[in-house]
Design a protein around this ligand. Structure first.
Ligand SMILES: *Cc1c(COP(=O)(O)O)cnc(C)c1O
Length: 351
């Protein structure tokens, strides 16, 4: 079965071999305070920065999920007020999780058919501006250009970006925001259970100013431990090792970006020529490159998904409000050309 689910999705073919190697080399029982772990952690972070083009002064932390990142940001970086700009279910969840912890959180919803605005009166009062760069539920994305405009318009604010289903798939201009995070079961092509949080020096100085220490995963503790390439808790060492192996294998992000955007354009063209299957995002400038979301009538989607499974193709369900009216196709780097071709051939009968 090839999984086109937009997370967890297809993992790289080398995973079993790397996992066996990790077992043989004792990595699966490695002590997380050992020299060997510190070497692994340092190397993984260096490779991540190199392959994804992350500015040198930024710090990287290991967490368990993007959901955990939502809470850690609320705990350790927001005193009272975060402002959340979103157009779909993941952005909304982030807002809700934050609101439970910090009652000052506010939401600005925008139309998924339109580009996000880069000015809003309310953003001036925000401590942290929260943006979902790639909205996995509806297959829309916010461009680097818009994030850059927000940076320019709000130089005093911290900007946090959920890039869970785009990091390692498309080029992100990390210098334009302060906190970026993603979990590895999407564009990294890895099994779930590990997430990455990338922080600017400005974000870390805010962590120091707030000095929040109420949680095992407070960024205050994580920052101190990361001075020795460690984490306050026992991390997913196997996941970190697999991430290191994937990062060694993948091409620099500029190359990956070219491949992914060629593939997304081919998908768009395929559906633009279709009668019954239409792209959820009609304007190309709001469309996600990594999550293709297709609208159709519920009965057609139902039958198409069932038949796809029989062919060994797993499609992504619609998400939230869009559960019945859409389906989703991951356009993640670990998917192979011939697998995409197979899905396209299959879908021709339903166009
Ligand atoms: C998948 C996803 C999440 C949740 O990730 P977990 O690792 O399951 O916590 C959050 N935000 C976005 C945009 C996602 O695509």
């Amino acid at each position: 079965m090839v999984s086109f689910y937009p997370g967890p999705s297809r993992v790289y073919d080398e995973i079993p071999q790397w996992m066996k190697g990790a077992h043989r080399k004792g990595i699966l029982s490695m002590n997380h305070r050992s020299e060997a772990f510190m070497t692994l952690s340092k190397k993984t972070i260096e490779l991540l920065k190199e392959k994804l083009d992350i500015p040198e002064p930024y710090s990287v932390f290991f967490l368990s999920s993007a959901t955990e990142c939502w809470e850690v940001i609320a705990q350790s970086l927001v005193k009272n007020k975060s402002v959340h700009l979103f157009n779909g279910a993941f952005g909304e969840k982030w807002f809700e999780y934050t609101h439970r912890l910090k009652s000052g959180a506010t939401a600005i919803r925008f139309d998924p058919a339109k580009e996000m605005e880069s000015t809003h009166p309310e953003l001036r009062d925000a401590e942290v501006i929260c943006i979902t760069q790639n909205e996995t539920s509806n297959g829309t994305q916010v461009s680097n250009k818009i994030i850059g405009a927000i940076r320019q318009n709000y130089p005093e604010q911290l900007i946090a970006v959920d890039a869970t289903s785009s990091m390692a798939g498309v080029y992100l201009n990390f210098s334009q925001a302060d906190i970026w995070f993603a979990s590895v079961q999407k564009c990294f092509g890895l099994p779930a259970g590990l997430a990455l949080m990338v922080c600017s020096p400005a974000a870390l100085s805010s962590v120091t100013d707030l000095g929040e220490k109420n949680h095992y995963n407070s960024l205050t503790f994580m920052t101190t431990m990361m001075e020795k390439w460690q984490t306050p808790f026992t991390p997913n060492v196997a996941g970190i090792y697999l991430l290191m192996r994937v990062l060694k294998k993948v091409k620099p992000i500029a190359k990956v970006h070219t491949k992914i955007s060629e593939r997304s354009k081919a998908w768009w063209k395929f559906f633009e020529g279709s009668r019954h299957l239409t792209l959820y995002a009609s304007e190309p400038y709001v469309r996600s490159d990594t999550v293709i979301t297709i609208k159709a009538d519920a009965a057609r989607i139902e039958s198409l998904k069932k038949k796809a499974v029989k062919k060994g193709l797993l499609l992504g369900e619609g998400y939230g409000d869009l559960k019945k009216s859409t389906f989703r196709i991951a356009n993640f780097p670990a998917l192979k050309n011939k697998e995409i071709q197979k899905l396209r051939t299959f879908l021709k009968a339903f166009r």
